[in-house]
Design a protein around this ligand. Structure first.
Ligand code: NDP
Length: 281
């Protein structure tokens, strides 16, 4: 019997990752024979581990915190969306072209918003809170939905301003601007996306409650067994619908799976299975 084709997620820590479970469900559903494991790789082992994995026959890696930027110089090429995000969450090995880095986070979020949650974002107003790696990764795909405006707010205003400036220079068509968190009190949005890491520390970004009260939908990129602290806070302040990033996680995984295997899994039953299990590895 031929050896199983090998895939893995590398991160540090990574034991909490749902990716092995998600990819096992995709493989079963699409009748693909593969193995997918979580590898805890400290930063000082990153280069050696990536090299060992692929020279030992590994076919693809997912990359998570804290390696999404650090892995980039180790690769032979980057897709346009990985270049735009300045971060890699998926690596595929190609016989001719070597190791290709991609970023499926942004397209994963958009698929969750549009296909799973049935949101229309064309000509709507979007607030993106946060200016870290995840915010950068989702910006391009969000702008492709042609919102009326996209506002970026962040604890450190200068990071939001730099991101908005970069975006305006690149696309230029849709208004993208940075504002201070406090200045949001008088503004209204159709969708508020929390792309900060605050929920991971059980904190909520210092948003004025009024901005959430007027929002139709609030979405936290973070996810867990229970509603995140941001979801509870937003609901408590009268937000319309409130969602966590579990759908994004499954959709970005499906995009990676398709890149590796050429088959697109049906994400709905996988998302349902994870929800039933309480989003546990
Ligand atoms: P980064 O460390 O790159 O960025 C952190 C961001 O959060 C910065 O904007 C930072 O602000 C802000 N921040 C951190 N703590 C607080 C706080 N207490 N209050 C306000 N702002 C805060 O993280 P990532 O961008 O990689 O990840 C962000 C989130 O996205 C995480 O929760 C992660 O789990 C989630 N994520 C979810 C995915 C999914 O598939 N659902 C995929 C990828 C990420 P400042 O600049 O001021 O420091």
């Amino acid at each position: 019997m031929p050896a199983l084709e090998r895939y893995a997620v590398i991160g540090h820590p990574v034991a909490h990752s749902l990716s092995p479970r998600i990819h096992a469900l995709f493989a079963r559903q699409t009748r693909q024979s593969l193995s997918y494991v979580a590898l805890d790789v400290p930063p000082e082992r990153l280069a050696a581990q990536v090299q060992e994995f692929f020279s030992g026959g590994g076919r693809g890696l997912n990359v998570t915190v804290p390696h999404k930027q650090a892995v980039m110089p180790l690769l032979d090429g980057l897709t346009q969306r990985a270049q735009r995000a300045a971060a890699v969450n998926t690596i595929a090995r190609h016989a001719a072209a070597g190791l290709l880095g991609d970023n499926t986070d942004g397209v994963g979020l958009v698929r969750d918003l549009v296909h799973n949650l049935h949101l229309t974002l064309r000509a709507r107003r979007i607030l993106l809170v946060g200016a870290g790696g995840a915010a950068r990764g989702v910006l391009g795909p969000l702008l492709e939905l042609e919102p009326a405006e996209l506002v970026i707010a962040n604890r450190s205003l200068e990071r939001a301003a730099a991101l908005a400036h970069e975006c305006t220079q690149r696309t230029g068509v849709i208004p993208v601007r940075a504002v201070e968190l406090g200045a949001l009190a008088t503004m209204e949005f159709d969708l508020i996306i929390n792309a900060t890491a605050a929920s991971l520390h059980d904190e909520v970004p210092a948003l004025p409650p009024d901005v959430v009260r007027s929002a139709k939908v609030c979405y936290d990129l973070a996810y867990g067994r229970h509603d995140t602290v941001f979801m509870r806070w937003a609901r408590g302040h009268g937000a319309g619908a409130v969602h966590m990033g579990l759908g994004m996680l499954v959709e970005q995984a499906a995009e990676s799976f398709q890149l590796w295997r050429g088959v697109r899994p049906d994400t709905a039953p996988v998302l349902a299975a994870l929800r039933t299990a309480g989003a546990q590895p």
